[in-house]
Design a protein around this ligand. Structure first.
Ligand code: SIN
Length: 305
């Protein structure tokens, strides 16, 4: 008789019995809403459960939070040092809180965060965790989707796992740089930007990128995951381009298939935390006519292993 107690059988997104918070799973694949917490004033006991919930559910979100930039900084620092962000600069007086704002009147082909990716995967040390505050969000549209690359790894055959295990993926910002240059050409005279966001990019360094393990192991949970996204994964060490491209396409499509995802519908004053070692995510460019005001911060990770 089967003893499966969770829908996928390959990943358990059920809630633990927490004492200080409640976690309400969002989908079978990942994600949970956390209730019973005021993020401007969190006890150490509640915070330990929040941290546990990030690693268990991969993405967690809190509704109706009134938080300041200082609160956002403090929450980030409870998880580690501030991470490096490859693109944006911070708000005045808070260099680690980066604005991601698109005005109602802005029209752009590509918004910040569009296309499946993990944040700054092309850095030597990509961020481990990301914390975003949706302060003023559209009434509908502007959702963010997430994909669970642990569940994706667990769904591979043993033979495929074995074949992928020794490979290194080349993570590069070349596609994003090309998209920014196209925007720049379309809007003569402006620096590279995505919508309202002026991007501060070290182009050459971002294109150079880094080689990372294609199958990485989470330093805290020990889980293995597929480290291939559709934005930054551009090659495989030792492979010719024409050999790497179909495998990366297959894996990028595989990781982001619907059954491994959840979709977050934002409301104003929603705060989210995701495990950037695991989560692929993408934002949508589908809310022209509405303002979307978000702030983000990241936690310093380590060299992927
Ligand atoms: C991001 O990738 O940090 C942006 C996500 C979003 O705008 O929803």
């Amino acid at each position: 008789m089967s003893s499966i107690v969770h829908p996928t059988g390959l990943f358990d997104n059920s809630s633990r019995n927490y004492k200080h918070i409640q976690a309400i799973p969002l989908a079978a694949a990942m994600g949970a809403e956390i209730r019973g917490v005021d993020l401007s004033n969190v006890s150490d006991e509640a915070f330990a459960e929040i941290e546990d919930a990030v690693y268990r559910h991969k993405l967690i979100y809190f509704r109706d939070q009134d938080i300041s930039f200082e609160d956002h900084e403090n929450l980030t620092l409870r998880l580690g040092e501030f991470g490096t962000d490859a693109y944006t600069t911070g708000v005045e007086g808070h260099e680690n809180i980066q604005p991601v704002i698109k005005e109602a009147t802005t029209n752009t082909k590509m918004v910040f965060g569009s296309g499946w990716h993990t944040d700054s995967a092309f850095l030597e040390i990509p961020p481990s965790i990301a914390l975003n505050y949706g302060k003023d969000m559209p009434p509908y549209g502007g959702d963010t989707m997430f994909a669970n690359s642990v569940l994706a790894y667990n769904s591979l055959s043993d033979a495929m796992k074995e074949m992928l295990a020794p490979l290194k993926v080349w993570m590069s910002g070349q596609r994003v740089v090309a998209a920014m240059q196209a925007e720049k050409a379309a809007k003569e005279g402006k620096v590279g930007n995505l919508g309202n966001i002026e991007l501060d990019v070290d182009t050459q360094k971002n294109i150079e990128g880094f080689y990372h393990p294609l199958i990485r192991t989470h330093p805290i949970t020990g889980e293995k995951s597929i480290f291939v996204d559709k934005t930054y994964a551009c090659g495989i060490e030792g492979f010719k381009d024409e050999e790497a491209a179909p495998l990366l396409k297959y894996l990028g499509d595989f990781v982001t298939q619907e059954s491994f995802t959840c979709r977050l519908r934002w409301e104003s004053k929603t705060f989210i935390i995701w495990d950037n070692r695991i989560c692929m995510h993408q934002a949508f460019n589908d809310y022209d006519g509405f303002r979307r005001e978000m702030y983000r911060a990241t936690v310093m990770g380590e060299r992927p292993e």
